[in-house]
Design a protein around this ligand. Structure first.
Ligand code: URA
Length: 423
């Protein structure tokens, strides 16, 4: 922060240096600094990557006390700071200043020019973020190897780091005109912009901190209007419908072709699924893969998902022990399952275990009484109840295991017989 004649100039470390901007706002709003007394600029990326900066020029004294603002305003600020408009830092400061000192009521100020401008920026960033998220999911689904160049016009990359890491646990690399971002499996690295950047900087190193994190909590309308599985899966990453999102690492969404005739529904992701971001990739997934093969089915032909999309667990020392989801979790997540059904339109849904069966049938279920027969689940959709593959893993006796595995395969064969083929 430098005092200049007639005002104070604040230098931000990068285009989305929300942390410094917020620190400056707290300090200056508390002191009553008028918007016209502040000017803002951003350090050039050549200076940052070339380490031409000898000291953090953006250090600002503590304001001494937090600034309390309506949550909806803070959410708008986080989005609006990502817009590609050099005027945003001062315009956003002015909005906050007017809310605190000028009595501006955001509920009653639809025509206010500052508010209108910020709302436009928010809409622009939201739209581009949604497009970025869908395209990122498609990039990964289509192979995900190498780098993806995304022609984004706003500064949205850093604020989507958490989203990208949640959506794809494997390594990935995204380049944009102004910045590149890479997850190497251990650390998040940022580099120069352009199609083939050469300089990478570890996230943990000064000054790469203070990124805003865009959280777009999906609304029911957005869920119902999602047109592709990529879009739906992207919406689900920021789901807050129940409390499970917080301890879990990520939403584990369903996977498989949108044309699948069979949908397999399990309970919830386990420890390995939560880490990998894919359903049924741990021990239960191996049993499932083997049984599908023995039943004459190919995993990549079926759609595999869970009744609950987050891992529910309790800590036992350094281990995360599986806990059954509660009814509230199942109910909250049912809308995602319905949305998957709407897009995939399976001819048959296989409910593996009690949680899946209770979620889809909406009543208590005893597996032994209802398994191994197909029935009408909904118009043009058959249902089939069977055991969960982890039940087989828990059986202590090898001969019981063998017998129950064979029954599970028989159930999947029933499913296989429901598949139609074109002559
Ligand atoms: N168990 C489940 O029900 N689902 C998974 O994805 C993994 C284990």
């Amino acid at each position: 922060m430098e005092r200049e004649e007639g005002g104070t100039h604040i230098v931000l470390a990068h285009e989305v240096d929300f942390a410094t901007w917020r620190q400056a706002v707290r300090y200056h709003v508390a002191r009553g600094t008028k918007p016209e007394e502040l000017s803002w600029s951003v350090l050039k990326s050549a200076d940052v990557f070339g380490q031409n900066v000898s000291q953090p020029v953006w250090t600002i004294p503590e304001a001494g006390g937090a600034l309390t603002l309506p949550r909806s305003l803070v959410e708008r600020l986080v989005l609006a700071i990502q817009v590609n408009d050099p005027d945003r830092f001062s315009r956003l400061y002015r909005l906050v200043y007017r809310v605190v000192h000028g009595g501006l009521d955001l509920q009653q100020s639809n025509g206010d020019p500052d508010r209108l401008q910020v709302d436009q920026w928010v809409a622009r960033v939201k739209q581009e973020t949604a497009a970025f998220r869908q395209a990122f999911a498609a990039y990964y689904r289509n192979g995900g190897r190498g780098a993806w160049y995304c022609e984004t016009h706003n500064y949205i990359l850093e604020a989507n780091a958490a989203f990208c890491r949640a959506r794809v646990a494997e390594t990935w690399m995204v380049h944009t005109p102004y910045r590149s971002m890479k997850w190497d499996g251990h650390a998040l690295l940022f580099g120069e912009g352009g199609q083939t950047p050469s300089v990478w900087q570890p996230d943990a190193t000064w000054p790469w901190d203070g990124y805003p994190n865009t959280v777009l909590i999906p609304t029911e309308v957005e869920r119902q209007q999602a047109k592709t599985l990529d879009q739906l899966g992207a919406e689900a990453m920021d789901c807050r419908s129940c409390a499970l999102w917080k301890p879990a690492q990520r939403t584990v969404f369903g996977e498989g072709p949108v044309t699948a005739q069979i949908m397999l529904v399990g309970e919830q992701p386990g420890d390995q699924e939560d880490k990998a971001g894919h359903p049924f990739v741990g021990p239960a997934g191996q049993v499932l893969d083997s049984a599908l093969k023995d039943a004459g089915l190919i995993r990549s032909d079926v759609y595999v998902t869970n009744a609950v999309k987050h891992f529910r667990f309790t800590w036992r020392g350094s281990h995360r022990l599986h806990q059954k989801p509660e009814q509230d979790n199942i109910t909250a997540c049912r809308a995602w399952l319905d949305a998957e059904r709407r897009l995939v339109k399976p001819a048959l849904i296989v409910m593996m275990g009690v949680t899946a069966a209770q979620s889809l049938l909406g009543r208590p279920v005893t597996i032994s009484r209802e398994r191994s027969r197909t029935f009408d689940l909904a118009p043009n959709v058959q249902g089939l109840v069977t055991v969960h593959p982890s039940y087989l893993l828990r059986l202590p006796n090898p001969s019981d295991k063998q017998r129950e595995y064979a029954r599970f395969v028989e159930d999947l064969k029933l499913a296989q017989q429901c598949m139609t083929v074109k002559l």
